[in-house]
Design a protein around this ligand. Structure first.
Ligand SMILES: NC(=O)C1=CN([C@@H]2O[C@H](COP(=O)(O)OP(=O)(O)OC[C@H]3O[C@@H](n4cnc5c(N)ncnc54)[C@H](OP(=O)(O)O)[C@@H]3O)[C@@H](O)[C@H]2O)C=CC1
Ligand SMILES: O=C(O)C1=N[C@H](C(=O)O)C[C@H](O)C1
Length: 256
C-alpha cells in the first residue's frame, strides 16, 4: 500500500487474492487519486474495512458472499463498486430497500467493467429490434463458477426490454425435440449459450439474424487489465450517483 495524498479516495478491496481482485489491487495502488487501505480475502473480518476508514469498497468475490459484503458497506455508509455476479432481481430489490435508508450512499453493480463490453451490449440491444432472431454466446475460462455469465444475463435483459418496448415477437424456433441444454438457457426469452474453454478469458457474441443477413457483435477481453479502467471509473463516480446503479453504462455518455 503506497503513501498517497491525504484527499485520496480510501479504497478497500474484497476478494483481493482472486484473479480480478489481484488486478484491482495493482490498479488502485497505481491510481494517483486513490489509496488502498484494506485488501481482504476469504475469512478476513469486514471490520477491517471500517477500521481502515475506507470510503469505497470494491467487491470482487463470489456470488455467495457479495450480498452480505455490500449490505455491510451500505450499513456503514461506504460506497460500493461491485463486479461480482449473482445479483438477481430479488437481491437488487433488497439492496434498493436498504439504500433508501442511506440516501447519500452509492452502489454500482457492474456486470462488466470493460468499456467495450458495455458498448457491445448496448449496441446489441439497440440493434435487436431490427432483427427477427437474436441469440447470445458467452465464452469464458473454465475456472468460472457461474453460468451463464452476468454479462450475458444483463445483455439478454437489455435486448428483451428493447424488443418488448418495440413489440418485436420472440425469436422464431421450431425445436420440438432436443437433448437437454442443446438450445442453451432462456433469459427473458433470449437464448444464451455458455462455452468454457482453457485459454479463454471473457468473450461474448450476440448473433442477430433476419432473412438473408446476420449481424454479429463480438467483444473480447484478452486480459483482466481490460476491466481496470472501469473499476477505477466506478470508484471515481459512485459517490456522485447515490442509490443503486446497475451497469457501468449508467456512468457513461453513450449518446442514446
Ligand atoms: N464485472 C466485471 O467486469 C468482472 C466480474 N467478474 C466477476 O467477479 C467475481 C470474481 O471473479 P474472479 O476474480 O475471476 O474469481 P476468483 O475466484 O479468482 O476470486 C474470488 C476471490 O474472492 C475470495 N472470496 C470469497 N469470499 C470472500 C469474502 N467473503 N471476502 C473476501 N474474499 C472472498 C476468494 O477466496 P478463495 O479463493 O479462498 O475462495 C477468491 O480469492 C466473479 O463473480 C466474476 O464473475 C470477473 C471478471 C470481470
Ligand atoms: O468470471 C469472469 O471471468 C467474468 N465474469 C463476469 C461475468 O460473469 O459476466 C464479467 C466477465 O465476463 C468476466
Amino acid at each position: 500500500m503506497t503513501e498517497q495524498h491525504s484527499e485520496a479516495k480510501r479504497v478497500a478491496i474484497l476478494g483481493a487474492n482472486g484473479r480480478m481482485g489481484a488486478e484491482a489491487v495493482k490498479a488502485v495502488e497505481a491510481a494517483p487519486d486513490m489509496e488502498l487501505v484494506a485488501a481482504l480475502g476469504r475469512g478476513d473480518s469486514l471490520d477491517q474495512v471500517t477500521a481502515a476508514g475506507a470510503q469505497y469498497l470494491v467487491d470482487l468475490t463470489v456470488p455467495e458472499s457479495t450480498e452480505a459484503n455490500v449490505r455491510f458497506a451500505v450499513e456503514n455508509d461506504i460506497h460500493a463498486v461491485v463486479g461480482t455476479t449473482g445479483w438477481d432481481a430479488g437481491r437488487l430489490a433488497a439492496l434498493e430497500a436498504l439504500l433508501a435508508g442511506h440516501p447519500e450512499t452509492g452502489v454500482l453493480i457492474a456486470p462488466n467493467f470493460a468499456v467495450g463490453s458495455v458498448l457491445a451490449s448496448a449496441f446489441a440491444a439497440k440493434a435487436s429490434k431490427y432483427f427477427e432472431s437474436v441469440e447470445i454466446i458467452e465464452l469464458h475460462h473454465p475456472d468460472k463458477v457461474d453460468a451463464p455469465s452476468g454479462t450475458a444475463v444483463r445483455t439478454a435483459q437489455l435486448i428483451a426490454a428493447e424488443r418488448g418496448a418495440a413489440g418485436v415477437p420472440a425469436s422464431p424456433d421450431a425445436t420440438t425435440s432436443e437433448l437437454d441444454g442443446a438450445r442453451g438457457c432462456d433469459v427473458d426469452g433470449v437464448r444464451v449459450h455458455s462455452v468454457r474453454l482453457r485459454g479463454l478469458v471473457a468473450h461474448q457474441e450476440v448473433l442477430l439474424g433476419s432473412a438473408g443477413e446476420q449481424l454479429t457483435l463480438r467483444h473480447d477481453s484478452f486480459d483482466r487489465a481490460s476491466f481496470m479502467p472501469g473499476v477505477l471509473l466506478g470508484v471515481r463516480n459512485v459517490a456522485a450517483h447515490p442509490g443503486l446503479t446497475v451497469g457501468l453504462d449508467g456512468y457513461l455518455d453513450l449518446g442514446f
